[in-house]
Write a protein that binds this ligand. Structure first.
Ligand code: FMN
Length: 209
């Protein structure tokens, strides 16, 4: 009997210890966590060190990318990673040649000097594929941030490639399947700058009662 009483008392003490009081709950809610830290610390990086990002690190980032929510789990994306400077230069040269009316330095500079470029194409047969690609890119940015890798989403290279007169030559290098269209680029690399956060307008968010 004494033993049972002892066990009951011990169980109650343990339960009291595990049940958060309101103060503990508030503390938990106010405590930063790794995901929130990564979201709030991420900034678009436009200056990079030449230091390469290892393929192990890149694959871990891509695993996070492809684990994004996506419509009907169709995974309506195809991802191509260029992490060698020769191929990057080849693509940039073709982009400049294919947009001859534009300043070549401006066209090449649209990749912001990132040593790794992730080219994301969307499945034209799926109407929500652009959202899938955006969510994939979001996971790439945040997982990269959490691993100390800087990033930037880039729309300009998409325009310069899709609108180029030699678009087919550039896309041939990336080797997408038929019915896939280049949709978004993400630059990755080790940041050589620490930009301040740009202001956000919380008034665009409203509760409707
Ligand atoms: C769809 C999209 C396209 C973008 N295209 C470019 C681009 O072509 N060049 C560039 O320098 N930044 C580009 N950005 C980065 C934005 O300028 C940047 O995210 C925005 O100014 C907010 O700054 P932050 O990312 O540092 O918070 C793009 C971002 C998104 C989401």
């Amino acid at each position: 009997m004494k033993k049972i009483l002892f066990l009951l008392i011990m169980a109650s003490i343990t339960m009291i210890g595990c049940t958060p009081t309101s103060t503990q709950q508030e503390q938990t809610e106010n405590t930063q966590n790794a995901v929130i830290d990564a979201i709030m610390a991420r900034r678009s990086i436009r200056q990079y060190h030449a230091t390469p990002v290892s393929r192990d690190t890149l694959m871990q980032i891509m695993e996070c990318g492809i684990n994004a929510a996506n419509g009907q789990n169709k995974q309506s994306w195809e991802v191509r990673i260029v992490d060698n400077s020769a191929t990057m230069a080849q693509i940039q040269d073709l982009m400049a040649a294919g947009n001859a009316e534009l300043d070549p330095a401006m066209v090449k500079g649209c990749m912001r000097g990132a040593p790794v470029m992730v080219f994301i194409a969307r499945d034209l047969n799926y109407d929500f594929s652009a959202y899938d690609c955006g969510l994939l890119a979001g996971n790439i940015l945040l997982s990269a941030q959490s691993m100390g890798v800087g990033s930037i989403v880039l729309g300009s290279p998409v325009r310069f490639i899709n609108d180029a007169v030699n678009s087919a030559d550039i896309l041939h290098i990336l080797g997408y399947s038929e019915n896939y269209e280049l949709c978004l680029c993400v630059g990755l690399g080790y940041a050589a700058e620490t930009p301040a956060a740009k202001p956000r307008d919380i008034n665009k968010v409203k509760f409707i009662d």
